[in-house]
Ligand binder design. Structure first.
Ligand code: NAG
Ligand code: NAG
Ligand code: NAG
Ligand code: NAG
Ligand code: NAG
Ligand code: NAG
Length: 343
């Protein structure tokens, strides 16, 4: 609009215009009611474009847009060096609007459209609010610890409004439950039940929550969960099963009395399948009957359980366990009988 056309030096022009605008745009509250209008806040997401609208009429002689107290546009002249700020072309003659592209959080704040009509200054204030979807910026790495140690997990998130954090724990058995709603999750004296996946959910209603997970592995020594006395008649194939829970996975050894059984020797095969170890007899003979020990071990420790292989006389006790509260008299007699027969 050539407001400074009469001045030779652009520097001076800036100064003069700056001073003029200083009068046009009183900082803070309006001098008289009706001089300044606070429009509704404009809310945009980070990265989007914001359009700041200002109505003008034919009586308006001077207009400017300011970011706080910095002039962005004076008439059609651009003062801002920011390439993201443009004057909206092709808008109605009664509109003097600017666009800010790729809005960032620093752009948040008051913007003022300053108008001079019949020598009366008027301003429209717009508050630009920048929203940022909740996003997790850093989270603990997957971790492996020994049972009983302490674990600190963190989940850092950004967002405007501030992101809410929720931690959920998904146990190895699949049940999920809420743990806490703070960035730092502390697990003191961790148990094996506390192993599994920890899910951090960051949300602020601007968009879908951001979810990331941390896997916590808890090492613990083996405990034998299944070691069942088993009855197999002579001449048949049979299997003794030993099952141990352990992290890391257990290694197994089998003994008969004090003698270690090796795969392929002693007419047995040892087969390990995940948590289980199988002692396989291809063709049970009478001297196979007796007391076997399954030993399960890992870096955290070792344990063992006894398993009796017995003959037809005690077949009814097929469900008895090695830990033996239900150990039947019949079985004891059978075992004893076999021992006697051996010698
Ligand atoms: C505009 O935003 C400001 C700052 O966030 C707030 O104080 C004010 O209440 C909001 N006004 C409206 C009309 O929403
Ligand atoms: C508005 O002013 C702030 C503070 O000086 C600045 O960081 C931001 O980049 C400015 N935004 C625009 C669109 O001019
Ligand atoms: C995440 O946090 C860890 C631990 O505080 C730090 O070492 C790492 O540099 C951070 N990573 C990023 C991308 O900020
Ligand atoms: C099992 O062993 C017995 C005696 O050692 C033998 O007579 C029998 O044929 C064997 N059975 C099988 C299926 O190998
Ligand atoms: C089997 O052997 C273990 C130890 O080696 C012993 O504790 C257990 O009592 C024995 N069981 C029977 C039925 O003899
Ligand atoms: C089984 O465990 C007992 C007690 O923990 C131990 O005394 C024994 O030597 C173990 N047996 C084997 C074969 O490791």
């Amino acid at each position: 609009m050539g407001m400074c056309a009469w001045l030779p030096a652009p520097g001076k022009c800036l100064l003069v215009l700056g001073l003029k605008l200083f009068f046009l745009v009183p900082a803070g509250v309006p001098a008289r009611s009706g001089d300044s209008v606070l429009k509704d806040n404009i809310t945009v997401r980070q990265g989007d474009s914001a359009v700041l609208k200002c109505s003008v009429d034919s009586k308006v002689s001077r207009v400017a847009w300011l970011n706080r107290t910095t002039i962005l546009f004076a008439g059609s002249e651009k003062w801002s060096l920011d390439p993201r700020v443009t004057l909206m072309e092709n808008t109605a003659i009664t509109e003097y609007s600017i666009m800010i592209q790729n809005v960032d959080i620093h752009d948040e704040g008051p913007y003022v459209c300053s108008i001079l009509t019949d020598k009366k200054p008027k301003s429209t204030k717009v508050h630009l609010i920048v929203q940022v979807p909740a996003r997790i910026t850093n989270i603990s790495k997957d971790i492996t610890v020994n049972e009983g140690s302490s674990v600190n997990l963190f989940c850092l998130a950004v967002g405007r409004p501030e992101a809410n954090i929720i931690w959920k724990h998904q146990s190895p058995r699949g049940s999920q439950k809420f743990v806490t709603d703070v960035e730092h999750l502390e697990l003191t004296a961790i148990t094996k039940e506390q192993s599994g996946t920890y899910e951090c959910i960051a949300s602020n209603d601007i968009s879908n929550p951001d979810i990331r997970t941390v896997r916590v592995t808890v090492n613990y020594p083996p405990f034998i969960s299944k070691a069942r006395n088993t009855g197999i008649p002579v001449g048949q194939k049979g299997v003794l099963k030993c099952e141990a829970s352990a992290v890391p996975k257990a290694d197994f050894e089998w003994y008969k009395e004090d003698r270690r059984l090796l795969n392929g020797l002693n007419r047995v095969k040892i087969e390990n399948q995940g948590k289980q170890s199988l002692l396989i007899f291809f063709n049970v003979s009478e001297e196979d009957y007796g007391n076997y020990t399954c030993v399960a071990m890992n870096t955290m420790g070792m344990t063992n359980a006894s398993i009796i292989l017995y003959g037809p006389g005690a077949m009814h006790d097929v469900n008895g366990t090695a830990m033996a509260p239900r150990f039947s008299l019949g079985l004891l007699l059978t075992v004893t009988l076999f021992y006697l027969l051996k010698f």
